[in-house]
Each structure stands twice: as C-alpha cells, then as structure tokens.
Design a protein around this ligand. Structure first.
Ligand code: AHR
Length: 482
C-alpha cells in the first residue's frame, strides 16, 4: 500500500487563481467555429460566442484568458479589429502560410473583452513587439483603459459601443521573441522591452507587464534577459516561460512506453521551474520576474481532432492528456510561490484543448474535467505533501476546507493509497474520480461523455484508504477538524 502524507501547516504559499488560465489564439479553429460561431448561428450563442463554452468556463472558474497569440500576436494590428465589422480588413496572419486561412478580424479587442466578461475571466493581452511601435501599443492601452470622455482613443471606444474603460491589467510585451517574434537575442529583446514597457507603464501605471521569457530549458535566454534588465531596469511583473511536451506517439494511438515517455517529459516542468527561478533569484529579480507559464501542454502530431487536420494543430485529448494536465497543475500548486500565472495552450480545437467543437457539436475534453476538478485550489494555501514516485499530488486549504488532487502516473498499475493526515482530522469528504480502463479513452461528438468525473464519498477519518486506478485523476475534498 502506498501512502500520502498531508502535513499541516507546512505552507508553501497562496495559489494564485491565475495559475488556472487558458490561452486563446487566432489560429486554426480556436476563435472561428471554436469560441465564436456568429450572432446568426443556429448554435446557442451569446453575442456570437458559444453559450456552452461560456457556461463551462464559468463553471470551472477559469480566471484568465490570454489573447490574441502566440505567434499571431506578433503581426497583429489591433486597429484592424475595432469598429464596424463590415469595414474591418481581412489580412494575412502569422499562420496563413501554414494553413491558408486569412484573418477576418471579426473578433477584435471589444469582442474578446466581451467574451472574458461573459465567462467571468480576466483578460491577458499579448502586445505585438515585432511589427508595431511602442506608440501603437500605448494607443491600444489607451483604447482599453482611458476613462470615458478623456482621450481620442476613449471616444473611439465609446463610438464602438463601450464608453466605460475595460481596465485591462495584464499585458504581455512580445511573444517568443527568441524565434517567431523577431528572432531576437536576449540583449536586443531587453532593450526593445524597455521601450514598450516604459510607454505602457506611462499610460497605465497599474498595469502588470509580462516579459518574454524562455522556451523550455533555454536557460541562456533567462540569464541574458535578467542581465539586460539589471543593466537598466524597467517595470516587469512576470517573465513568460513556454513548455510543450510531445514526440511520444500519436494523440490517441500510443504505447505504454510512449505513455511513460510523455509523463517523464511533462514531469520536467518541475526542473524547468526550478532552474529558471534560480536564475531569476541569482539576479535578485524574484520581486519582479515571477514565472508566467503562459503556454503549456502536450503537442501531438496533427490530424487526430474532429476536423481531421483542417484546423491547424487540433488534436484529440485522452486520459494521457488528463493525467498530464493534473500532474502539471499539481506542480504549479506545489510551486505557487514562484508562479504568477499560467495558461494552457489552447482553449478549443487546438493543442491540449479544453473543448473540441465543430458547428453544432461541442464537447468537453478530459483536460476540461481536470481543470474543473482542481478549481477549489484557486486562492487556497498550498501545503506540502509527501508521496511515492508513481503519484502526483498537491494539497491546499481554504477556510478549513481541504482539497487534495492526485494522479496515478502509471498506465497499468492500480494503487491503493492511504491518506495520512498529520496534525488534523478530516470529515465530510467527497471524491471525484476521472478514470477509464483504457488509457486511450477520449470523448468524441458521438460519445461526448465517455470520460467524465464520477463522485464518491470519502469517510475522512485517519488512515483512509482509497483506490487510485491506473492512469487516473482524483480530487478529494473534506472539512478539516483540529
Ligand atoms: O500554441 C501554438 C504556438 O506555439 C504559439 O502561437 C506559439 O507562441 C508557440 O510556438
């Protein structure tokens, strides 16, 4: 029998709800026919956005949505996406050469911010540092945030139907500037960053600014960026890190060996967090460069999604993706003292998506269910858990309510697990379990609820024993008694 020790009060820190964010880029089927179906669509919608997705995001308390890219952001001119739709220009996007799709600009700033509002999520806008000037971005911030009737931009916003300011607080300054965003060196990027950051700060002093950090284990980028920022500082509130794992079989058709390989790759998130953060610490930048893992997830070969490859990067999501979601979110909880926010890539019809949709069909993936099962961690105090290597776990407490989330990382071994709560008692426990005998199980338009959580009672006295089936995810909630 395996054991998990919950030892209170070894508190790690508070879990910022924004760790549970999502990423929605103008790419493939994420926006058009993903979140947006159009006001005249027979699909149930609010202001043209899929009602089902709005409701499900609200149910899972998704706190933050990053937009409009990704790579897309670095050629995006925000002015194309405001004003009367009929007058908006269709443009080549960053992705056009990959999938032949053009950007209609039907969804722009006002629509995106409306979508966030409908879902109860805060916006995180990624500003273009490759092909727009600092003053263009200043005007974008002005358009979003200046009080009513104060500036030309605030009046323009009012003309477009939104007199009240949106007060967008979180701004990314560039995306992947080490590659698709201008192929810059860290030294060059730091200099560019300062120009944009200064003007955004000048326009909205309370904005939070996120710099472009490294890809995966590119620690040289983090060194270079921190060095550049130390030479001459600028406002910085977070540093983005991107980490995708893939190259271990197909999205649906994979072997146990490939399961293990991908789990091992996903577990590297811990090392990536530790090493980037230790560099940030070495430069004494922990006060300003908390980690923002604003693109993460599995990147499988294309073509497994319902569009059969028509939507760029669309992939199916199995129990393997659910377990990787759970282990990643557990790592984030366990490192909440180092992480400002995170965003899974992406929201719908793309990599590691929460939903798959097409026309009137829309389903929740196993990944969505994991986010929903983990939501009680948001805003809670994380504390340390000790367990064995086949189990991923995190625990948190808020107002005497305990949440423990677990994943059995083994593809073929069920685990009997004893929950050992040291220093407190548990009562009124309940369990939510996401499991399937087949590790390849996934939801489809024909069978949308093949994978969904099932509830059970957990009695809560000391020495509780639970069964964690192979390749499963579990959330345990209980009252804490001292
Ligand atoms: O999520 C897809 C792409 O992956 C994003 O546009 C980019 O930032 C990353 O390389």
């Amino acid at each position: 029998m395996e054991k998990i020790y919950l030892i209170k009060p070894d508190c790690i820190g508070n879990i910022n709800p924004d760790i549970y964010g999502v990423f929605a880029e103008h790419i493939g089927g994420v926006i058009y026919d993903g979140i947006y179906v159009g006001e005249d669509s027979p699909v149930e919608n609010i202001h043209g956005f899929r009602k089902q997705i709005i409701e499900k995001l609200a149910e899972a308390k998704i706190p933050l949505i990053r937009w409009p890219g990704g790579c897309f952001a670095e050629t995006y001119n925000w002015r194309d996406g405001i004003g009367p739709r009929k007058k908006r220009p269709t443009r080549i996007s960053w992705w056009t050469q990959k999938d032949g799709k053009y950007e209609s600009n039907a969804i722009g700033t006002d629509e995106f911010l409306d979508f966030c509002n409908l879902c109860g999520a805060k916006p995180y806008i990624a500003a273009n540092l490759t092909s727009m000037t600092p003053s263009d971005i200043r005007e974008w911030v002005d358009y979003c945030n200046s009080p009513k009737n104060t500036t030309y931009m605030s009046n323009l916003r009012a003309d477009n139907g939104h007199p009240e300011p949106y007060n967008v607080k979180i701004w990314g300054v560039g995306n992947e500037n080490w590659s698709g965003g201008g192929n810059m060196t860290p030294a060059f990027y730091s200099n560019e960053y300062r120009r944009y950051a200064k003007l955004i700060e000048n326009t909205a002093p309370d904005a939070e600014l996120i710099s472009c950090g490294a890809n995966a284990d590119d620690y040289a980028w983090t060194h270079g960026l921190m060095k550049g920022m130390c030479e001459k500082s600028a406002k910085m509130d977070g540093m983005a890190v991107h980490y995708y794992c893939g190259g271990a079989g197909d999205a649906i058709d994979f072997s146990i060996c490939e399961w293990n390989e991908l789990i091992a790759k996903a577990l590297r998130m811990q090392e990536i967090i530790d090493r980037h953060y230790s560099i940030v610490k070495a430069y004494d930048m922990t006060g300003s460069a908390k980690l923002c893992i604003d693109e993460w997830g599995c990147w499988h070969p294309e073509g497994s999604g319902p569009s059969n490859g028509a939507n760029l990067f669309e992939q199916q999501s199995t129990m393997r993706d659910a377990v990787i979601s759970a282990l990643t979110l557990n790592i984030f909880n366990n490192n909440c003292d180092k992480i400002r926010l995170a965003a899974v890539a992406q929201l719908v019809n793309n990599l590691h998506a929460l939903f798959l949709s097409c026309g009137e069909n829309c389903i929740c993936t196993p990944t969505y269910h994991v986010f929903n099962m983990f939501k009680n961690h948001q805003g809670s105090a994380a504390f340390k858990v000790l367990t064995s290597k086949d189990i991923s776990a995190s625990a948190s407490v808020k107002e005497n309510k305990l949440t423990v989330t677990l994943a059995n990382l083994s593809a073929d071994k069920d685990i009997e697990l004893s929950i050992e709560n040291v220093g407190f008692k548990l009562d009124n426990g309940k369990i939510s379990l996401l499991a399937d005998d087949d590790i390849h199980a996934h939801n489809t338009f024909e069978d949308p609820e093949r994978v969904k959580p099932r509830e059970a009672v957990f009695s809560g006295s000391n020495g509780n024993i639970i069964l964690l089936p192979h390749g499963s995810v579990m959330a345990v909630e209980a009252d804490i008694l001292y």
